[in-house]
Design a protein around this ligand. Structure first.
Ligand code: ZN
Length: 240
């Protein structure tokens, strides 16, 4: 007997978990803005052929607040709404929040957060996971943590075939450590990069997604000034 699946006519583009026939990709990020300031061109490209979801471990409430309303806003709440708006621009189906404290992802939360991610992933059964590289791009420990959790889940979940780690090539890595970051890891050599995505045609979408992070205006302006047309990844891939 054939079961007919009936889809509602109107599916909210950013908050749906109704599965389609497309393969699924899940991004695992630490903060609201990692998706936009990071590999948003590639995320948008993936939405053309995949159902794309984001798991966001924290609500970013320890970040700087440059929102025009200043201290009158609840920063965590504001930043959650910013990543939801950014995800709508990118074509992401839904953002899942784990509600952990920004800046406090550490060893003693590995198993808890891996289990929380796994519960969501078991439902979505993605073929691909995507996150920041293992040095966390900027050296942010929260980013490193999510790379570790992603690697752990990649190794244990049989339905996951690939894990894509967003990285900067040495020539893209021109930042100097500020006061916040005590060490800025080096960029990657060309030989260490498995995939380079030319996002030239998605730059307008990337800018639009970045611009949704109103409370992060300072970082936003810096990133918009030096937008790159290439997004690089190294990839873990299982033998078929
Ligand atoms: Zn971040």
């Amino acid at each position: 007997m054939f079961l007919l699946r009936i889809f509602p006519l109107s599916i909210p583009s950013s908050q749906s978990t109704i599965s389609s026939m497309k393969p699924t990709l899940v991004c695992l990020f630490a903060h609201p803005d990692d998706e936009a300031f990071g590999p948003s061109g590639t995320i948008h490209a993936f939405t053309k052929m995949h159902d794309v979801y984001i798991i966001c471990a924290t609500n970013g409430d320890a970040g700087e607040n440059h929102h025009p309303a200043g201290g009158t806003i609840d920063l965590g709440h504001q930043r959650k709404s910013e990543i939801i708006e950014s995800s709508k621009v990118l074509g992401v189906k839904k953002v899942f929040f784990l509600e952990h404290k920004d800046g406090e992802l550490s060893n003693n939360k590995y198993q808890t957060i891996a289990t929380e991610c796994r519960t969501i992933l078991d439902d979505l059964r993605p073929q691909i996971l995507l996150t920041f590289e293992h040095r966390g791009i900027s050296g942010h420990i929260d980013h490193v943590f999510m790379a570790m959790v992603t690697s752990f889940l990649y190794e244990r979940l049989s339905y996951v075939q690939e894990a894509h780690f967003y990285c900067l090539r040495e020539d893209q890595h021109n930042k100097k450590p500020g006061e916040y970051f005590i060490y800025f890891p080096r960029g990657y050599k060309e030989s260490e990069v498995d995939k380079t995505v030319d996002i030239t045609k998605y730059l307008a979408v990337k800018k639009a997604a970045i611009s949704k992070h109103i409370s992060q205006t300072k970082d936003m302006k810096n990133i918009l000034k030096s937008l790159r047309t290439k997004e690089c990844f190294y990839i873990f891939k299982k033998d078929k």
